[in-house]
Ligand binder design. Structure first.
Ligand SMILES: Cc1ncc(COP(=O)(O)O)c(C=O)c1O
Length: 377
């Protein structure tokens, strides 16, 4: 993220798309319309649970995605998905307790788990998402306080759980008494629409749901939301969030609400999916042309991240200075694994974000990297 603004770098490392991926014109007109409709109340204190009409729009969207019985009253808005994850951890987990998550998994989540003083139970992730047999075995054995899974286009693996596997995952969590926290942040980027969320197969007694609009509309608005699950969890969530920041930004929530109510979301998503697909295709072709033989990369079903597995023995962290000197940055795989006690993290994987660089730079940057790795392979 620190390199995110360096104009001289082809940046595949930061997990954010370029400014041209934002629906700026639609956000601008939504902002003007919001100022007109909501006036001074946009700048006043609000409720901890967040803007009610926005929560209604979010609930309606979830209903359309198969979470039939969800109500706006069950949702609490948050400052991004990060706050939703952090508050869920803070109400579910005490220091020393265990939290299960994907390996590889989102490094920001690993940091939040560490900050909560919890221990990580890593669960292997394959092409189809988190390994369900391994999950069943690990949850039965270790009884973690919760399991956090990014069910669609997981970061960094790009894996998406099928609907059948979502049902099985909910069942495993129910049977082992482990709360499932479903991170849905990339789901709407799936090329052919998202499978039903895990929350569609539960009444909230097992599944908590977190998401945000950071990957679909704007990360800078910092608007996300959580369906904590039971009424007790919803109360605890709203109380903890209120202690942290009273409520999220009313200005952001009002702009986003106006954007959604104006019918801007679906046309923007359609455009974004096409943009992402074009970029993934360019990058996958360039990887095929230039990366060392034996490199593996699964084409994800949407989004803009590629999880590239180089042949064993290539330690990707060693090549970072050389790549940066050549003007290319990538995220090295070890950052996405919790450090195992006394063990080593896998070193031959990288995550490439195809959404940021201009398209000619994307191809050139991937080839540059491929040549660096191939020269040493
Ligand atoms: C899986 C996952 N969850 C949560 C987040 C944080 O999202 P936000 O920017 O909405 O806080 C990210 C951001 O990259 C992510 O990849």
């Amino acid at each position: 993220m620190r390199q995110a603004d360096n104009p001289h770098l082809i940046n595949f490392a930061a997990g954010v798309p370029g400014l041209d991926a934002l629906p700026f014109a639609r956000l601008r007109s939504s902002m003007e319309a919001a100022l007109e409709s909501d006036g001074a109340s946009m700048f006043a204190y609000h409720h901890p649970e967040g803007d009610h009409p926005l929560r209604s729009l979010c609930a309606a969207r979830l209903q359309a995605r198969g979470v039939a019985e969800i109500t706006p009253g069950e949702l609490v808005t948050t400052s991004g998905c990060t706050q939703a994850l952090q508050v869920m951890l803070s109400i579910l987990v005490r220091p020393g307790e265990i939290v299960a998550c994907e390996a590889p998994g989102y490094y920001g989540l690993l940091e939040l788990i560490a900050e909560a003083g919890a221990r990580v139970l890593p669960l292997p992730v394959g092409n189809g998402g988190v390994d369900l047999d391994a999950t069943q075995e690990a949850l039965t054995r270790w009884k973690p306080k919760c399991l956090i899974v990014c069910t669609s286009l997981s970061n960094p693996s790009g894996a998406t759980l099928t609907e059948a596997n979502r049902q099985r995952l909910v069942q495993i969590c129910r049977e082992t008494g482990v709360r499932l926290v479903e991170d849905d942040i990339y789901a709407e980027l799936l090329d052919s629409g998202a499978p039903k969320p895990c929350r569609a197969f539960d009444d909230g007694s097992t599944v908590s749901f977190v998401t945000s609009f950071s990957k679909t509309v704007s990360p800078g608005l910092r608007v996300g939301y959580c369906a904590p699950g039971t009424p007790e969890l919803a109360d605890a969530f709203a109380a903890r969030k209120c202690q942290q920041d009273i409520h999220s930004s009313v200005v952001s929530e009002t702009i986003l609400r106006t954007f959604l109510a104006g019918g801007n979301f679906d046309p923007h998503l359609a455009w974004l999916r096409e943009r992402n697909l074009r970029r993934r295709t360019l990058a996958l072709d360039a990887i095929g042309r230039s990366f060392p033989e034996g490199t593996e990369v699964d084409a994800p079903w949407g989004g803009y991240m590629l999880w590239v597995r180089l042949p064993d023995g290539i330690d990707v962290t060693q090549f970072q200075p050389q790549a940066q000197a050549a003007g290319v940055a990538y995220a090295a795989g070890p950052a996405f694994f919790a450090a195992p006690a006394g063990g080593n993290r896998p070193v031959s994987q990288i995550r490439l974000n195809c959404a940021r660089a201009a398209e000619p730079d994307l191809e050139r940057g991937v080839e540059l990297l491929g040549n660096i790795f191939s020269a040493r392979a």
